[in-house]
Design a protein around this ligand. Sequence first.
Ligand SMILES: Nc1nc2c(ncn2[C@@H]2O[C@H](COP(=O)(O)OP(=O)(O)OP(=O)(O)O)[C@@H](O)[C@H]2O)c(=O)[nH]1
Ligand SMILES: [Mg+2]
Length: 224
Amino acid sequence: MTITRTITVRRDVAAESKADAGVERARLGRRGTLVVNLLSSPGAGKTSLLEATAKCLGDERSMAVLVGDLETDRDAQRLSPLVPTAQLTTGGACHLELPLVRRGLQAIGDPRVDFLFIENVGNLVCPASHDLGEHLRIVLVSTTEGDDKPGKYPKMFRKSDAIVVTKLDLLPHVPFSVEAVVGDARRIQPDLDVLQACALDGTGIRNWCDYLISERAKRLAEFE
Ligand SMILES: Nc1nc2c(ncn2[C@@H]2O[C@H](COP(=O)(O)OP(=O)(O)OP(=O)(O)O)[C@@H](O)[C@H]2O)c(=O)[nH]1
Ligand SMILES: [Mg+2]
């Protein structure tokens, strides 16, 4: 005879994940690693910005990258000649979650670096809902994707600390207003910092790196 019992488990999974992310944030913060979660729609220029960042920060600061994609290790192949990199392949999932990030970190030996960048899966929707233990959340908006995106994907912008307008070199060729995109984004999150960059010719990259260095000093102070 088969006896079936139903057990009701009441767990707030979201609260548990948030607490878990807080533990990781504190652990990495105490050792001096600023965790930066980079988000954007597909192809906005996350990997290109990281390539330019690695070249710009060079010997000045240490960094490692965890790069998320549904399939392939193409982004890791681009970045690994420059910095320690692990590709996180989600196998179809549209965003990264903390357990996969932790596995990636272990895969590169959990290095003591100044900056740990997490390139999220290209998507302006689901990644906004997942805390990866980051100290700084950056959303990229490229000049080729239209200046109307913040209002259409508000959660992504509400939960970010800064936007980086990318592909500045294409500004003369596309109908895109930096002023309009910043206005739209700041209606959602008035405290958003704004940076502009072109990863191909290096415009704005030094300023972006200085921003990272100053945010690291500011945001890690609470963990000292
Ligand atoms: N013109 C121009 N093209 C750029 C710039 N940055 C990146 N690109 C190009 O945009 C395309 C996508 O860049 P990636 O850096 O791969 O974008 P991504 O956000 O990492 O893409 P996913 O990881 O697939 O979401 C590539 O062909 C880059 O060469 C830029 O500043 N100017
Ligand atoms: Mg990429």
